[in-house]
Design a protein around this ligand. Structure first.
Ligand SMILES: *[C@@H]1O[C@H](CO)[C@@H](O)[C@H](O)[C@H]1NC(C)=O
Ligand SMILES: *[C@@H]1O[C@H](CO)[C@@H](O)[C@H](O)[C@H]1NC(C)=O
Ligand SMILES: *[C@@H]1O[C@H](CO)[C@@H](O)[C@H](O)[C@H]1NC(C)=O
Ligand SMILES: *[C@@H]1O[C@H](CO)[C@@H](O)[C@H](O)[C@H]1NC(C)=O
Ligand SMILES: *[C@@H]1O[C@H](CO)[C@@H](O)[C@H](O)[C@H]1NC(C)=O
Ligand SMILES: *[C@@H]1O[C@H](CO)[C@@H](O)[C@H](O)[C@H]1NC(C)=O
Length: 391
């Protein structure tokens, strides 16, 4: 597949048009410039299904050595779900405004072939310092799962909001450790019956070949245990990579389909059962001794490690109740007047301004200097205007 970055690249003819226009009109067309989220009315993603979203969050776990700790596993099942957070980072509003730490267990029999008690613990979510020479990052977020004598201890982080409706979710991550576990990044909307569940999944089974990825719009099986083949695509990691190597895993849930990428290469797309309603975001590392995850050997462990997580999204919570409701200033006051990108940026996590129609309006009204990047239609319109064709 075409690398994503090229998709929004300008055709040469358009670049020449810009040059011509710059000469004809007092208009400075600039490369997209770095900006702040507060200036962005919305975000346009690149990729197979280029989409507008209103919000953006970036969680950077790469330089958090002040919070690093690798807490020993808690072996007492009673003490597992209520364990302390592993560092003050998980008490910071940066974290708590968006994420919750899972502490539920599978004793309600959610998956009927489970053979092991699985208990999620805040103790299995921690900031870990790299011990490698020349590490790709000083620290990362680790989600741990380990088989203990009486149970499987597991890790899950969930978004506090369950009202995401469409998103582009990315993480630079790897999965390491023993077979018999599963690591995942997904959207989830629970329901009373299996058939009503809505869920777009990226899953890695640690017992699989180390380049095999699973992408699914759940449910992928029926109550009777029959497989629903259209719901799943198996894919191999591109570029000869294994999932034990750091890579950017991206999932775009857009109207009517979910599309997955690894390092900007599209690896799967499923229209079947694409979620249609508000969902939350979940990352986890777990095993229940069932057919899908397999069994872990006693004391074996597996880990999902994440250097950073980025999400651009729409969310239907009332604006006033949104955690850290974003203050939009100036041109970004109305959604989609000032359009940004997190794909075209030169600084990971920080958006660039693609165009700003509010500034264009100001220019048309004889306002201040126009330095924003603009879409083709508006540029052409402005040229016609300034050359008198429309005036
Ligand atoms: C989008 O993905 C589909 C399915 O893989 C593919 O057929 C199509 O060519 C892609 N379109 C673009 C613009 O990449
Ligand atoms: C997200 O919200 C914006 C503003 O309401 C809207 O223009 C855009 O189409 C929405 N995106 C999706 C994928 O629904
Ligand atoms: C996090 O906050 C809780 C509740 O306020 C507190 O009991 C706990 O000690 C804090 N944990 C850390 C690691 O700071
Ligand atoms: C499992 O969850 C149930 C329901 O929330 C709870 O009553 C029970 O104590 C939990 N068991 C363990 C071992 O955490
Ligand atoms: C996908 O991979 C799983 C093993 O992880 C295998 O059981 C299944 O048959 C594969 N499906 C396809 C369609 O290749
Ligand atoms: C996992 O081990 C248990 C016994 O401890 C067994 O009942 C179950 O069938 C095993 N699961 C698989 C997938 O082999």
């Amino acid at each position: 597949m075409e690398p994503l970055k090229r998709i929004l690249a300008l055709p040469t003819s358009f670049s020449s048009l810009i040059l011509l226009i710059s000469a004809a009109a007092p208009l400075a067309a600039a490369e997209p410039t770095l900006t702040e989220d507060s200036h962005c009315g919305c975000y346009l993603t690149n990729g197979n299904q280029s989409t507008y979203f209103t919000d953006h969050r970036f969680f950077d776990f790469r330089s958090l050595s002040q919070y690093a700790s690798a807490p020993p596993v808690i072996r007492d099942v009673e003490a597992t779900p209520g364990a302390q957070r592993t560092s003050a980072y998980f008490n910071s509003t940066e974290w708590t405004d968006f994420w919750m730490l899972g502490s539920w267990n599978n004793s309600n029999g959610a998956r009927n072939d489970a053979s092991v008690l699985m208990v999620n613990s805040p103790n299995n979510v921690y900031i870990e310092a790299s011990d490698e020479p020349n590490p790709p990052s000083e620290t990362w977020l680790t989600l741990r799962t380990q088989r203990l004598e009486k149970f499987q201890t597991a890790a899950e982080i969930e978004s506090a909001s369950t009202k995401f409706k469409y998103l582009s979710l990315r993480m630079r991550a790897r999965t390491i450790g023993a077979g018999g576990a599963l690591t995942a990044m997904f959207t989830y909307r629970g329901a009373d019956t299996l058939a009503e569940v809505q869920e777009s999944d990226l899953e890695i089974r640690t017992a699989d070949p180390r380049n095999l990825m699973h992408y699914t719009n759940q449910p992928a099986y029926t109550d009777a245990g029959e497989v629903v083949p259209e719901a799943t695509q198996n894919a191999t990691m591109p570029g000869g990579l294994d999932w034990t190597a750091w890579a950017v895993h991206r999932m775009d849930w857009t109207p009517g389909r979910t599309t997955w990428y690894v390092d900007d290469t599209q690896v799967a797309q499923i229209e079947f059962q694409a979620p249609t309603d508000e969902s939350n975001i979940i990352l986890n590392a777990w095993s229940d001794g069932g057919k899908w995850t397999g069994n872990m050997t006693l004391n074996d462990a597996a880990f999902l490690q994440v250097q950073w997580l980025e999400v651009v999204y729409n969310n239907t919570e009332p604006e006033a109740t949104k955690a850290q409701a974003r203050k939009r200033d100036g041109a970004g006051g109305k959604p989609c007047e000032a359009v940004c990108s997190v794909d075209q940026t030169t600084q990971l996590g920080k958006p660039v301004m693609l165009w700003n129609n509010a500034a264009v309006a100001a220019r048309v009204n004889g306002g201040g200097r126009m330095v924003a990047w603009m879409p083709r239609g508006i540029v052409v319109f402005m040229v016609l205007l300034s050359t008198g064709v429309l005036a």
